[in-house]
Design a protein around this ligand. Structure first.
Ligand code: NAD
Length: 486
């Protein structure tokens, strides 16, 4: 299969799970097929592990914990550094595996590998930083210290839209903090995760420290949520599944990190640089075929420039190419039939509510799961697409008349991940950035992510932050030690 995907290093394509340092099949031989979303071709199979097999992986991780936690920070850092170097050296192969199973254009896949590798490099450095903090004592004759210690085994559950980066963003922080991890990748994109495991093994990660367990989500993840020795769960995915896992982790009071849905507003004020706003809106809406928690889903434009923005944005959208990921179009296929049906439903519902289709609006002839990049103007607030994550290449635009109105509407709803703002007025930048209830605010630009920054949302977009030094907090406990001088 490695040859069919055009891999230089065919061994990166593994059809087994990685548990306790061993490559395993399901004992009963059960497997899950994985298909290329562009044409439905079979990419390969992965084991459908049982609850017992998943529990055994957590057990192996727990056994590996004392030695991993006791390792000198610079030794853990060296292993992470080696993993980073191997990921970078395998960039092209990892990108091809990702494109085969996820469908995203090859240049986007390469960009994701760079992004994924950056977390491993960043946390390899952070692993070395001293973790003892001294505070002024509040007691006479006593010295006070705060220690950060690894929380224990961490379970990582990740989605299909970023099959590598969502894993390394969690795993590198956990491993740097001294926590072994068990990863459950999406069953739609498991091969990227397994390739990362091949490279972790080559880097010399001790057995049990990094496991990738495939199978039905409830079967694999259920035993981890119930297991008291799994001390942290970090999830990226929909708010709906996040809620479910939050509840399942209540009995064992786990540390939770949740990176959930987003429904980003994209505000364009009349004083914005309109060319720049259009260019950035295209990137913010159509990257990963719109299947991105950061996707600009609610584009709001101040009335004086509304028509000009709509026209230019629709023209730029109509120029986007659609096709097979390896041919590197602007937009690849959607992930599955459900996603395609949602685009149709959102367009039909918006039109029924009075929206105008400026371009697209239907399936695209490039492939069965391709949808034409679409622009809907005059979308009312009660249309489904204004209230729900679209997760596809359909852009919704509406006008606004005043700053207060724009901010109030942007803040509506359960999500608060990222908001985009285009204006040239410095005072407005300050006022609006302050007023937006979002974990991230991007001003006059789209790309805001990176390993050194805290990624995460307000409200029901999530809990905690990933990336940056804050990303370590999910995987550490604070111990307060008070020593008597007397
Ligand atoms: P999803 O919630 O359906 O699945 C995410 C992961 O959860 C998958 O690995 C899946 O196998 C697992 N899962 C599903 N059901 C489960 C269950 N019953 N028990 C245990 N695990 C289960 O999400 P998705 O459709 O794969 O991804 C899209 C969603 O992810 C969108 O809502 C998007 O906004 C969100 N997302 C958020 C971020 C972020 O950082 N905030 C990043 C990427 C994606």
């Amino acid at each position: 299969m490695g040859e069919r995907l055009g891999l230089k290093d065919g061994a990166l394509f593994r059809e087994q799970a990685f548990s306790g340092g061993a490559w395993i099949d399901a004992a009963n031989g059960a497997r899950i097929p994985v298909h290329d979303p562009f044409d439905g071709a079979l990419v390969g199979h992965v084991p459908a592990l049982s609850e017992a097999e998943s529990a055994a992986a957590a057990e192996a991780a727990h056994s590996a914990w004392p030695a991993w936690a006791a390792m000198l920070p610079q030794e853990r850092a060296a292993l992470l550094r080696r993993w980073f170097e191997l990921i970078v050296a395998s960039r092209e192969d990892l990108a091809r595996i990702m494109t085969a199973e996820q469908g995203k254009p090859l240049s986007e896949a390469r960009g994701e590998i760079d992004y994924a590798a950056a977390f491993v490099e960043f946390y390899a450095e952070e692993a070395k930083r001293p973790n003892i903090e001294s505070v002024t004592s509040h007691l006479p004759d006593a010295e006070v210290e705060l220690w950060r210690e690894p929380v224990g085994v961490a379970a990582l559950v990740t989605p299909w839209n970023f099959p590598c980066a969502m894993i390394t963003r969690k795993a590198a922080a956990a491993l740097a903090a001294g926590c072994p991890v068990v990863v459950h990748p999406s069953s739609e994109t498991p091969f990227s995760a397994l390739a990362l495991a091949v490279l972790a093994e080559r880097a010399g990660m001790p057995a049990g420290v990094f496991g990738v367990l495939t199978g039905a989500p409830a079967t694999v993840v259920g035993p981890w949520t119930r297991e008291p020795r799994v001390r942290a769960l970090s999830f990226t995915g929909s708010t709906e599944i996040g809620r479910l896992l939050y509840g399942q982790c209540a009995d064992t009071i786990k540390r939770l990190t949740m990176e959930l849905g987003g429904h980003a507003p994209f505000l364009v004020f009349a004083d914005a640089d309109l060319d720049q706003a259009v260019e950035e809106a295209i990137k913010a809406k159509f990257a990963t075929s719109g299947q991105d928690c950061l996707a600009a889903n609610r584009i709001m434009v101040e009335r004086p420039v509304y028509n000009a923005f709509c026209t230019r944005f629709a023209e730029a959208t109509a120029r986007l190419s659609v096709g097979r990921g390896v041919d590197d179009p602007d937009i690849g296929p959607l992930m599955n039939e459900r996603a395609l049906a949602k685009q149709r439903a959102h367009v039909d519902d918006a039109v029924a509510h009075g929206a105008r289709v400026l371009t697209g609006g239907a399936g695209h002839p490039a492939g069965p799961l391709c949808f034409a990049p679409t622009v809907l103007a005059d979308v009312p607030a009660d249309a489904l697409i204004w209230r729900e994550e679209t997760f596809g290449p359909v852009a919704a635009i509406a006008p606004f008349d005043a700053e207060d109105e724009a901010v109030t509407r942007a803040n509506e709803g359960e999500y608060g991940l990222v908001a985009y703002l285009h204006t040239q007025d410095p005072r407005r930048i300050y006022r609006v950035s302050r007023a937006l209830r979002f974990g991230m605010v991007a001003v006059n630009r789209t790309k805001v992510t990176g390993a050194p920054i805290p990624f995460g949302g307000y409200k029901q977009s999530g809990l905690g932050r990933e990336g940056s030094r804050l990303g370590l907090e999910a995987f550490t406990e604070v111990k307060y030690v008070c020593r008597d001088w007397a």
